[in-house]
Design a protein around this ligand. Structure first.
Ligand code: MN
Length: 154
């Protein structure tokens, strides 16, 4: 915890420094604790590993999200869009009104602002993706209803 505070402070100080006086900042692996994806927004077991927060110099936040088989997000939109980079496993994405689509490691998925969608693992395989989520007015997501089993398996 002490370390996290120190890293956060360092990032804040780096952000406040003059451009000419800035140095590279390494946020070490192990300094950003994993969190469980909240049941309110996810179905099944989901682990979120924060990578970087949005600040004055980055207009996005980054996180590594790991879904067990069958796990998925609720329906949601992003006010300024989101990029997903699949790192392991096999997953599904779907936008409202469209067919469910398979995603695999190395795939890069752009979800434009305001497009209602969900993402998660397939029923038979886990999946991890890095999510780069753009900020607009201090927000990066609008959560909606859960994806039902019927919708998920359709
Ligand atoms: Mn999304």
């Amino acid at each position: 915890m002490k370390r996290l505070v120190a890293v956060t402070l360092a990032l804040a100080l780096a952000g406040a420094a003059q451009a000419s006086a800035e140095s590279m900042v390494i946020s070490p692996n192990g300094s950003r604790p994993s969190a469980k994806g909240p049941d309110q927004y996810f179905t099944g077991s989901v682990v979120v590993d924060p990578l970087y927060p949005a600040n004055d110099q980055t207009s996005s936040s980054g996180g590594l999200v790991t879904f067990e088989p069958g796990a998925r997000s609720a329906w949601h939109t992003h006010p300024a869009g989101q990029i997903l980079i699949v790192t392991t496993g096999i997953g599904w994405v779907q936008e409202e009104g469209g067919a469910k689509r398979e995603i695999r490691p190395g795939d890069v998925i752009w979800t434009p602002p305001g497009v209602k969608h969900w993402h998660g693992a397939t029923a038979g395989n886990g999946m991890s993706h890095i999510a780069v989520t753009n900020m607009a007015g201090g927000k990066n997501v609008e959560w909606m209803e859960k994806v039902t089993d019927d919708q998920y398996l359709r």
